[in-house]
Design a protein around this ligand. Structure first.
Ligand SMILES: [Zn+2]
Length: 232
């Protein structure tokens, strides 16, 4: 398994190259390009959220706790005094970053569902939907966001897989084949759920036309994808 620093460095390098490409192609302006770089780098750390005591796991749950606590306190702002609101915020944060994180850690298996291309796809689609509905970005920009999430995530999986090959290529570590896989057969109920989720999310995602056009420009055949893209 590649370590945290390797993932951070590798993810940042790939995200930077992609961000420069996006900027020079005129797909994103200066501020958007910087945001995409940060997003791609963050996505390259995300798969290790399934390691029971990893930095990404703590980071994600800490951030989620802070945001959820703020939103909970904000929603109740009319009914409580400031000090009580701070209490609500702190209690929510502590709950998310300890009991909830530990529960999540117990439920997930390292190198299980989270280290799959299927999960990368689901998260990328979810990112496109968030960019579209919550951030109000146009379809092209929303797919760009999805692309950076996918790129960062897959960079992580590739680095993990590379790290499981001995540098001289003479032997494979036991972890070979556990990082970069389309889906997890051992966790097949979860894999089935993720597949269903991917189809649902694809149907909710913004207009796929800009994405298909971009893929077409890169030489990818998109006819089949365009014909079968789910819409609801
Ligand atoms: Zn990993």
């Amino acid at each position: 398994m590649a370590d945290f620093r390797t993932h951070l460095t590798g993810g940042a390098v790939i995200a930077a190259v992609a961000a420069f490409a996006s900027y020079s192609e005129g797909l994103s302006d200066a501020v958007q390009t910087q945001a995409l770089f940060v997003l791609g780098t963050a996505a390259s750390l995300l798969p290790d959220i399934d390691a029971d005591d990893s930095k990404p796991l703590r980071g994600v749950f800490d951030m989620a706790g802070l945001v959820a606590g703020f939103m909970a306190a904000f929603a109740l702002a009319e009914h409580f005094a400031v000090l009580e609101l701070v209490g609500i915020w702190a209690a929510t944060w502590l709950f998310v970053s300890w009991p909830l994180r530990l529960a999540f850690a117990r439920l997930t298996v390292h190198r299980g569902l989270w280290h799959t291309l299927l999960m990368a796809l689901v998260l990328a689609l979810a990112a496109a939907i968030v960019a579209d509905l919550l951030l109000g970005l146009d379809a092209t920009r929303a797919w760009l966001v999805a692309g950076f999430v996918l790129l960062g995530y897959v960079t992580h999986l590739v680095l993990d897989e590379v790290a499981s090959v001995d540098l001289m290529g003479r032997r494979l570590k036991r972890s070979f084949g556990t990082a970069l896989k389309p889906l997890s057969l051992r966790a097949w109920p979860g894999s089935l759920m993720l597949m269903g989720l991917a189809v649902v999310l694809a149907g909710l995602a913004p207009d796929p036309q800009p994405l298909l056009a971009l893929l077409g420009r890169a030489g990818v055949q998109t006819g089949l994808l365009a014909a079968h893209w789910p819409r609801w």
